[in-house]
Design a protein around this ligand. Structure first.
Ligand SMILES: [Zn+2]
Length: 402
């Protein structure tokens, strides 16, 4: 039996693609004509050559469901936080520091290489002040730059407390303060997801879940399993713990179908019954896993640039096949970044690239955006009021903030 909270079940009911898209357009004030034309009236579609697909309207609010705090803060802000705390960095050169915490074409792309980028960002974020500022900056920045109104930020609180030197509750309370502060300034609905770590012993991961339960009514909305592949990790060990998290109303997501074996996806679905799956791209190679994902209404959190960087996916051609396979098998998916600053990409960049390559049509992109809002662990994400004026372009926003 698949257990699910009542409100989540309600949202998943009748979740047909076209219906969801039409409801989403109606929610954000599109008229019948706009729905028919597939574009709002102030976007006549003339600004691009006939064969260049238009990008998704900036008016459409986005939900980022898969974003690690360690990869989401701009290098300049990380630099400032590191200095304000007197952290001894391995370089005094800003550009070297920037290179140290972001992907670079000079370095070999690999899964382990990507995880190593988190070493310094997690260390710098390991204090209440640093966590509060990081969360606040990420949530506000995502709204200003990309009209992201729902930001689900995930992190492992035990990788922010300097090995037990800092109190876990102080770190969590600081993240909640960061969210609250951003929510007072902007019409956003953020939420926190706590990441368990595959390389951690069960007892530590259990503490993280208990903290998520304890802070659930303060904006912690879900739990996740992340981290490097580890021989000690067994999916079955987490069955009871995940059931407990669900009973307390937490959303469940798990990194799988990424760097690990294809067969793990079906095992995770069977044993942990997640609401969503982080990445899951390898499920495209397993018809049984896809059937389980479809039948249980599980939503994939796909992060294309991240998968290319870690070499989990070989290139855009493979992605074209993966997305075609998911569409054919009615597997629902969303588009995310994994870490916008570390990977130097935003959701709108991801969607635009998929549009330019003809992998996702504009209607597909809108459906992915609507699916993300519907699959968010944060309640009532569609209640956010639309901006009264057209949001400025990202280039303009970035110039003003420089
Ligand atoms: Zn991730």
């Amino acid at each position: 039996m698949v257990l699910m909270s009542a409100w989540r079940k309600e949202r998943l009911r009748g979740w047909d693609g076209p219906g969801l898209l039409a409801r989403s357009r109606a929610t954000f004030g599109w008229s019948c004509d706009e729905v028919r034309l597939g574009r709002p009236p102030d976007d006549p579609g003339l600004g691009y050559p006939a064969r260049m697909p238009r990008p998704l309207s900036r008016k459409i609010p986005l939900a980022e469901l898969h974003c690690h705090l360690g990869g989401a803060v701009t290098p300049a802000i990380m630099w400032g936080i590191a200095h304000s705390q007197g952290i001894k960095l391995p370089t005094k050169d800003y550009w070297e520091f920037r290179d140290m915490i972001t992907v670079s074409p000079r370095r070999n792309r690999s899964f382990d290489g990507y995880l190593q980028l988190f070493h310094w960002t997690e260390l710098i974020q390991s204090s209440p002040l640093a966590v509060e500022r990081s969360v606040y900056e990420v949530v506000g920045g995502a709204y200003r730059k990309n009209n992201v109104t729902t930001m689900e930020l995930r992190f492992n609180p035990m990788k922010r407390n300097r090995g037990g030197e800092q109190d876990l509750d102080h770190i969590i309370a600081a993240a909640v303060r960061g969210m609250d502060k951003a929510s007072l300034e902007y019409p956003v609905k953020p939420g926190l997801i706590f990441c368990l770590d595959r390389a951690f012993p069960f007892e530590l991961n259990e503490i993280i879940v208990e903290k998520a339960i304890a802070w659930h009514d303060r904006g912690v909305v879900g739990v996740d399993i992340a981290g490097p592949e580890a021989t000690t990790f067994r999916v079955a060990d987490y069955r009871r713990l995940f059931r407990r998290a669900r009973q307390f109303g937490l959303g469940l997501t798990v990194h799988t179908g990424e760097s690990g074996p294809v067969e793990e996806v079906a095992r995770v679905v069977e044993l942990l019954e997640p609401d969503r799956i982080g990445h899951g791209v390898k499920a495209a190679y397993d018809p049984r896993a896809m059937a389980m994902i479809r039948d249980r209404g599980i939503v994939l959190e796909i992060c294309p640039t991240s998968n290319l960087n870690t070499r989990v996916v070989s290139g855009w051609d493979e992605f074209r096949w993966i997305f075609d396979t998911f569409r054919r098998n009615e597997v629902r998916f969303t588009i995310n970044t994994d870490g916008p600053e570390m990977l130097k990409t935003y959701i709108r960049d991801e969607l635009a690239q998929l549009g330019r390559l003809g992998i996702l049509s504009v209607a597909d992109q809108e459906l992915a955006a609507a699916t993300a809002l519907a699959a968010s662990f944060v309640p009532n994400v569609s209640d956010v009021p639309a901006p009264r004026l057209q949001p400025a372009s990202r280039v303009a926003v970035e110039r003003e903030e420089a």
